[in-house]
Design a protein around this ligand. Structure first.
Ligand code: GDP
Length: 437
């Protein structure tokens, strides 16, 4: 429970073992006792106390730890509600922490990222954001903009000094610095998106090349955490795996499996569709067979895409090899040889993926990475407004007009940290949380 009345409500249902302790409440302490209704003990519990302002929400808070189990939990919850508590909305505790000013919106959003993290990297990015690194960066940029405002105010207040020319070039320079910082943040989203959503990966190949064997090999990997998702199109399943820290979102894995039982295997039209959606194509070829028309069509799909050519079944007698096949080499993708069934070369495959996406370059300890599309969009908007401001200066507009544009940049940044954001957006953000967070 959180809020002014929480200790009062608690006292109506909780009897500490040491009776005289009942009224005396200290923060960061735990009391042992019983939840009691009409002199009947409902459960033996521990209650943790947090006194305002030193709590998650900055309000008085207490947590009842019971033995668990549906009956007792429900009963205690009912008793709290009967005595005046209200059921929390999704994310309400974190929302209160935000509204009461303990954390900003960026930090609140990182809580949900941490809870929903599917990989270590993603959780790490969330923790970093919770600790405030992105908030600090945004604050720094805002300060830069305020400095620009000061320069502008000076020339508005003392027009007789005719400092405008000097000021304009100075403001332009300062705006450029702001723009560069924002561009760097915007760019970090390329990696942030991968961290959050995984590399959208399609496994393509003609029937019997070894797609499902490769899929199974990837999924059975000991260190892989597999989460199944409904795909964007009906009847498709997407599986999220993290291997050696590489987050992969395998698309249309159901398609690969289903194709087994169907007379008609996945056609080239469907492959085209999947390829279009993918960030990465793993094209698998049976190395014991000559390339056919279908293989060439698949090679065609890989043009202008991040892709890896996989020659499978090298445990047999391969006739296609990395070295001697001119057709494959004409394609600029990396080529590797594996055996999906005998588990040869799979590590090499992961290394190639790592190389293609520069995953080792993401240094979460040093760099700030934007992982949230809401933040990314606002940064993009701020960049546009910086550009507009620069144009306005260059077109010789009066300095007080420029000030208006600069305020827009501040507002965009304020929306990221939550200072200037509307209530609707706040409600939408917290509605994605689960209960009790
Ligand atoms: P898909 O139709 O592309 O999904 O192909 P499968 O994964 O079902 O493989 C087709 C056949 O090739 C199966 O009988 C597999 O056991 C076999 N196969 C797949 N990969 C290998 C491999 O690396 N070595 C050998 N010897 N057989 C393989």
């Amino acid at each position: 429970m959180s809020g002014k009345e929480s200790f009062k409500i608690l006292n109506k249902i909780f009897e500490p073992k040491i009776k005289k302790e009942k009224e005396e409440i200290k923060g960061y302490t735990i009391k042992y006792g019983y939840i009691v209704e009409n002199d009947e003990i409902i459960d033996e519990v521990l209650v943790t106390y947090f006194k305002e302002p030193k709590s998650y929400t900055t309000e008085n808070m207490c947590e009842i730890n019971s033995h668990g189990g549906m009956i007792v939990l429900r009963k205690i919850l009912e008793m709290c509600l009967k005595n005046g508590a209200e059921l929390a909305q999704p994310g309400e505790f974190t929302k209160r922490a935000f509204l009461n000013g303990r954390i900003d919106l960026l930090q609140a959003e990182s809580v949900i990222d941490i809870i929903e993290a599917k990989s270590e990297k993603e959780a790490k990015a969330g923790i970093k954001q919770l600790k405030g690194s992105l908030s600090e960066k945004i604050a720094e940029i805002k300060q830069n903009i305020l400095d620009i405002m000061v320069n502008i105010e000076v020339s508005i207040d003392y027009p007789e000094y005719d400092v405008e020319d000097v000021t304009n070039s100075q403001i332009l320079k300062m705006l450029e610095q702001v723009e560069n910082k924002l561009l760097k943040l915007e760019k970090s989203f390329d990696n942030g998106k991968i961290i959050k959503e995984g590399i959208k990966t399609a496994i393509l190949g003609k029937p019997n090349a070894g797609k499902s064997s490769l899929l199974n090999n990837i999924l059975k990997e000991e260190r892989a955490i597999v989460t199944e998702y409904e795909g964007t199109t009906r009847d498709t399943i997407e599986e999220f795996v993290t291997i050696n820290g590489i987050p992969l979102k395998l698309i249309d894995t159901a398609g690969i499996r289903q194709a087994k039982d169907e007379v008609e295997k996945i056609g080239i039209a469907k492959s085209k569709e999947i390829a279009k959606e993918a960030d990465l194509i793993l094209a698998i070829f049976d190395s014991t067979k000559e390339l056919t028309e279908e293989d060439f069509e698949i090679l065609e799909l890989m043009q202008n895409k991040k892709a890896i050519i996989i020659l499978n079944k090298i445990d047999l007698q391969p006739i296609l090899t990395e070295e001697n096949n001119k057709l494959l080499r004409k394609n600029k993708c990396p080529i590797i040889s594996i055996s999906a069934v005998k588990d040869i070369g799979i590590e090499k495959l992961y290394k190639e993926i790592e190389k293609l996406f520069n995953l080792n370059e993401i240094k979460l300890d040093q760099d700030i990475v934007i992982t949230n599309i809401r933040h990314k969009n606002l940064i993009t908007k701020a960049i546009e407004n910086v550009k507009k401001t620069k144009e306005t200066i260059n077109s010789g507009m009066p300095i007080d007009v420029i000030a208006i544009f600069i305020k827009d940049i501040l507002e965009d940044l304020g929306k990221i940290t939550g200072e200037t954001v509307s209530e609707d957006i706040i409600n939408e953000i917290f509605s994605k949380f689960c209960l009790g967070k």
